[in-house]
Design a protein around this ligand. Structure first.
Ligand SMILES: Cc1cc2nc3c(=O)[nH]c(=O)nc-3n(C[C@H](O)[C@H](O)[C@H](O)COP(=O)(O)OP(=O)(O)OC[C@H]3O[C@@H](n4cnc5c(N)ncnc54)[C@H](O)[C@@H]3O)c2cc1C
Length: 495
């Protein structure tokens, strides 16, 4: 017997992205029937789980890869401003939900933690100072301070400076409005609110196997529930299956998905086990990615709040596994190879030899090499204080771009059917922090008529009254007002 269900929208995967999209849909159109399918027995168990990601609220104030140097040797702030604006939207959305009572305790998922960038050597120190001068002059990053003075650095980062020779040439910037987000706890809270809404159904242990578009215009999803078949029919499908999205998108047979491939990068952390050490460090400290390393393997030392407990993590150490999900299969990568993406994948593999070499070198790393990476940040680190743990899996996008050939893309990308009936999220960075911005754009693309009628636009404007992505709105006064309101609701205080 096949169970058949129908819904206005089907969202595949119960991670941060589907949870955000489902919440937005309910906010814009209460009563819409939404089914969320999750292959595992619990929600937020892949990349959105707190220990599977770094929990950084990416406001682009400390991540040096968001401010690359331009041809004139000046930091380019374009990407940083876009990411900062997108994160500002997430904060507004969460604040609106807290105000409504949809999210109860912001302290369970959001904490103010200072963000630092840390560099060594005259060249990088000079570049960091130049970056701070340009950024601090903008309202978005006002308050960011720079120091190369060891006494000031000791004050900010006592553990990082302990046992460090006085002649070390180093500098840091500090930004007191940084945040740490437990995306796992946030996803759970969003889904718990959603399950209380009439018309929303979360189905765990439901694996989407296949999907196709019927002559009736609906998508028909073939779902496996512990050996039983379930068929879900819907006019709209979102593939938010994290690393698993690419394989599902290929099965959907969209012409828009042709040429896309995936390159999985795995990660590992060192997790501090010693409470006094955890208590002596307070900040997210981002360094520079080593030469040849992908930007997402930029080392960082992170104060975290996970399930209400303070923690300290260092990493990620990159690695390679052919799985697309942490709980996936080693056959994922070979299964994703198609005639249309084979050539782009081979070309990227040949061109990005340094990346492949870097990942192999990271894989070969033993505990001694890992410790020496940690000691760059914490000169007195002892191996007995740290345990190695596996982080989430990211699948970077490989695609054929007109005029540019095969490219390895490190960001996220929404692939959508021309008629907006299906959308899929590929890639992983900057990730969960910008989920609201990504999902708002996705809705505008897939449901243009609902925005045109004004109905959804008005509701959205009530949820996100300040639009930081439009430059006209980026006046210091408007941004200040928006931040003041969100801070008060979310319990954030600059540190
Ligand atoms: C090492 C690492 C560090 C990161 N650090 C940060 C950070 O500091 N800040 C930040 O903002 N972001 C960060 N990210 C990115 C962030 O974690 C992701 O962008 C975000 O969690 C993605 O959410 P998602 O819902 O798309 O995917 P996921 O959370 O992976 O959820 C996908 C879900 O789909 C389910 N699924 C898969 N296949 C199927 C199927 N066939 N049927 C049904 N269900 C299926 C999976 O079981 C899973 O539950 C990091 C990621 C990694 C890996």
């Amino acid at each position: 017997m096949v169970e058949r269900i129908q819904a206005d929208a089907v969202l595949v995967g119960a991670g941060m992205m589907s949870a955000t999209l489902a919440t937005l849909l309910q906010q814009l159109e209460p009563g819409l029937t939404v089914v969320i399918l999750e292959r595992l027995g619990r929600v937020a168990a892949e990349s959105s789980a707190a220990l599977n990601n770094a929990g950084t609220g990416h406001g682009a104030n400390c991540e040096l890869n968001y401010t690359p140097m331009d041809a004139h040797g000046r930091p380019n702030l374009h990407k940083a401003l876009a990411i900062n604006g997108a994160y500002e939207q997430s904060l507004q959305f969460w604040a609106a939900l807290v105000e409504q009572g949809a999210l109860s305790c912001p302290g369970t998922f959001l904490h103010q933690v200072p963000h630092y960038s840390l560099v060594w050597g005259e060249e990088d120190v000079a570049a960091l100072e130049q970056r701070q001068q340009r950024m601090a002059a903008l309202p978005q990053f006002a308050g960011m301070v720079f120091s190369r003075d060891h006494a000031a650095l000791r004050d900010w980062l006592p553990l990082v400076m302990e046992g460090r020779p006085g002649e070390d040439v180093m500098a840091a910037t500090r930004y007191g409005r940084g945040t740490d987000v437990d995306f796992g706890a946030l996803t759970e809270s969003l889904l718990s609110w959603l399950q209380r809404q009439p018309g929303v159904e979360l189905r765990l242990n439901h694996v989407l196997r296949n999907l196709c578009r019927g002559s009736d215009g609906l998508w028909h999803l073939d779902v496996d529930h512990g050996g039983k078949r379930v068929q879900v029919d819907s006019p709209f499908v979102f593939l938010g299956a994290g690393g698993g999205t690419l394989l599902l998108l290929q099965r959907a047979g969209l012409p828009e998905a042709r040429g896309y491939g995936g390159f999985p990068v795995s990660g590992r952390w060192l997790i501090c086990q010693t409470a006094p050490l955890i208590g002596r460090h307070w900040g997210k400290v981002y360094g520079k990615a080593p030469m040849g390393a992908p930007p997402m393997s930029m080392p960082h030392l992170d104060s975290r709040w996970i399930s209400g407990h303070r923690g300290l993590l260092f990493g990620p150490y990159a690695g390679f596994s052919s799985k697309f999900l942490k709980h996936g299969s080693l056959l994922d990568l070979p299964a994703s190879v198609r005639p249309h993406n084979l050539l782009p994948m081979v070309r990227v593999g040949l061109r990005e030899r340094h990346l492949v070499g870097y990942l192999l070198q990271q894989l070969r790393q033993g505990s001694r090499e890992r410790l020496s990476g940690l000691r760059r940040f914490l000169p007195q680190a002892r191996p007995e204080d740290w345990n190695l743990a596996v982080a989430g899996q990211r699948v970077q996008i490989i695609k054929q771009e007109p005029g540019r050939g095969a490219q390895l893309k490190l960001g996220t990308e929404v692939v959508a059917a021309a008629d907006g009936s299906l959308a899929a999220l590929l890639g992983a960075s900057p990730g969960a922090s910008t989920a609201v911005n990504i999902m708002v754009n996705l809705l505008q693309r897939c449901f243009p008529q609902r925005f045109r009628s004004g109905h959804w636009s008005q509701r959205l404007a009530r949820l996100l009254p300040y639009d930081p992505t439009t430059t006209a709105a980026a006046s210091a006064a408007a941004l200040g007002q928006c931040r003041q309101r969100c801070d008060a609701i979310l319990g954030l205080t600059e540190v």
